[in-house]
Design a protein around this ligand. Structure first.
Ligand code: AMP
Length: 286
């Protein structure tokens, strides 16, 4: 197994990936905020299959956190992340500090999608997707990525990044990867470690809610109110979940699902449980 290259500066990453590009190697980027789990590693696996070299970035991006959010308490364990990446055959582990990616602090060039960023998670997290787009644009440029791998767990993020790449003409393929779950249905997330045992026991209810709506959809229910009711009914045994939203939208553009014309639909759900924000989603039509 060749040794992983740990890189902390933009210049080094640019130079290394530029050389790879000159050698006609296909470069895959897996952007993460670290504290890696099997969900992240599934992205690495997909990148390994598709690309000659894999770059994992690990950066807790301050600009995507609101002032009252969990930037300072976000879990971190770089030594473990490096070991997992080494084992998974990652070539480059890019872990810059904040100053390196934001040399002018918040007085920087922002990348922002107007409408899509204001919906769903964007409604309660103003500025979140502006931070995401800004950092992803930087990471794609710095890594010369031919392909970048994103989890469908952060579905709105995936749609927004796809649109950003299209709008700005980046020559980078965005590859969606399926959600990895615990046996009880809970979507893996770095934040799950912060759930108390009581909260952890209630957390799978979010996935149960999605499955309830999925079952109703499979029985030909197309009434949005009814589908949402089915989902909410599955949450009654998880009284500590404070629901932020349940939405049914078109999976391509996140527009409201049209019950008369719609064949394709995705349900997205977000809630807070014991101070931890959890999200999940499921295609209803598949
Ligand atoms: P994060 O470190 O949470 O910012 O996530 C980095 C990438 O991993 C994003 O593209 C996420 O969508 C993806 N990811 C996180 N959790 C999962 C999961 N349970 N299954 C699949 N992908 C995931």
């Amino acid at each position: 197994m060749s040794s992983i290259n740990i890189i902390r500066t933009r210049r080094e990453l640019l130079q290394l990936t530029h050389t790879m590009q000159q050698q006609a190697l296909r470069i895959g980027l897996v952007p993460t905020m670290g504290y890696l789990h099997a969900g992240h590693l599934s992205l690495v696996e997909a990148a390994k299959k598709d690309c000659d070299r894999v770059v994992v970035s690990s950066f807790v991006n301050p600009t995507q956190f609101g002032p009252r959010e969990d930037f300072s308490t976000y879990p971190r364990d770089e030594a473990r992340d490096v070991a997992l990446c080494q084992e998974a055959g990652v070539d480059v582990f890019f872990a810059p500090d904040v100053q390196e990616l934001y040399p002018y602090g918040q007085d920087c060039t922002w990348v922002e999608l107007s409408h899509l960023s204001s919906l769903l998670c964007g409604a309660t997290r103003p500025g979140h997707f502006r931070g995401v787009c800004t950092v992803v644009a930087k990471l794609i440029n710095l890594s010369h990525a031919d392909a970048a791998f994103f989890g469908q767990k952060d579905y709105q993020q995936l749609v927004i990044v796809q649109r950003m790449v299209q709008d700005l003409g980046f020559d980078t393929q965005i590859v969606p990867c399926p959600i990895v779950r615990e046996n009880d249905g809970l979507a893996l997330s770095s934040r799950n470690v912060r759930l108390s045992p009581e909260a952890r026991a209630q957390a799978p209810a979010l996935n149960k809610a999605l499955r309830a709506a999925h079952a109703a959809y499979a029985q030909a229910c197309r009434d949005i109110t009814q589908l949402k009711w089915e989902a909410k009914a599955a949450l009654v045994f998880a009284p500590d979940i404070e629901l932020e939203y349940i939405a049914i939208v078109d999976p391509d553009d996140l527009h409201s699902f049209d019950e008369t014309a719609g064949q394709r639909a995705i349900m997205l759900i977000a809630g807070r449980l014991g101070g931890v924000r959890l999200i999940d989603n499921m295609r209803l039509d598949q």
